[in-house]
Design a protein. Structure first.
Length: 253
């Protein structure tokens, strides 16, 4: 069984390996939470989609102590880490697959959400499923509520020269930050988890939970923008950006 201390150690290690792909990860977190705060409610209800072990949710609650966060993921191991590390009544972890229509009915919300957020997660969902998911997101957001999705979003279909330059900007920043000494990668982190007896039960559960990934690892910005507009969001644009690392923001009608 995971203890509070062990869970925090592994989440710290998770955050470090994520920074290997996102050297400005904390800056994107900050911009996202700034937007949630600027929406005007001191006690927002926030949905965190593809929450992983709760890194973003924890930062939201640190900045906005009156907020409530419902954190959704399909991976039982990452959810287990989050529940052990963040035993906070303001934070509720829910096991759901966002690719399965009707997921929003199972959230147990007591009202519409003020913001729906996600970071480095939705690229695993196929374009077909992302369109359905955004349409469902619109049904749980209040009018004027925000959808905030931070991810690598590519523009090769519309501005291929800029798209190449955006990747160069991102890669150069990573080189400056890590100077050839990058942290462990995603695969190494998961291999280490698989070898740790503390995770034996959760690893067994994960093997049968259907938490595998089927989407694209290089999603197009246009795919998300078009899907959000089709879902009825009235304004869609990039609120923050470094290279191809973007914070996409959409406003519900």
């Amino acid at each position: 069984m995971l203890t509070y201390d062990v869970a925090h150690e592994w989440i710290t290690r998770w955050d470090r390996q994520q920074e290997g792909y996102l050297p400005d990860r904390e800056e994107r977190f900050t911009a996202l939470i700034d937007a949630v705060e600027a929406a005007g409610r001191p006690d927002p209800l926030v949905l965190d989609l593809g929450c992983g072990p709760g890194s973003l949710a924890a930062r939201i609650l640190e900045r906005l102590p009156e907020a409530r966060v419902v954190a959704v993921d399909a991976d039982p191991l990452l959810l287990g880490l989050g529940r052990a590390a963040y035993p906070d009544p303001r934070l509720r972890f829910v096991s759901l697959d966002l690719r399965v229509p009707g997921w929003s009915d199972l959230l147990g919300l007591d009202g519409p959400a003020d913001a729906v957020v996600s970071t480095t997660a939705l690229h695993w969902i196929s374009p077909q499923d992302i369109a359905k998911m955004y349409a469902e997101v619109a049904t749980v957001l209040r009018p004027g509520g925000l959808l905030l999705n931070g991810d690598h979003l590519e523009t090769d279909d519309t501005t291929p020269v800029l798209a190449r330059l955006e990747r160069v900007v991102h890669d150069r920043e990573a080189e400056r930050r890590f100077a050839g000494n990058r942290p462990e990668d995603w695969r190494q982190w998961w291999d280490a988890v698989a070898a740790d007896p503390d995770f034996a039960e959760l690893n067994t559960e994960r093997a049968t939970a259907g938490a595998d990934h089927h989407g694209s690892e290089s999603p197009l910005l246009s795919t998300h923008v078009d899907a959000l507009l089709d879902a009825g969001f009235v304004e869609v644009g990039c609120l923050w950006q470094r290279g191809h690392n973007r914070l996409l923001c959409a406003v519900r009608a």
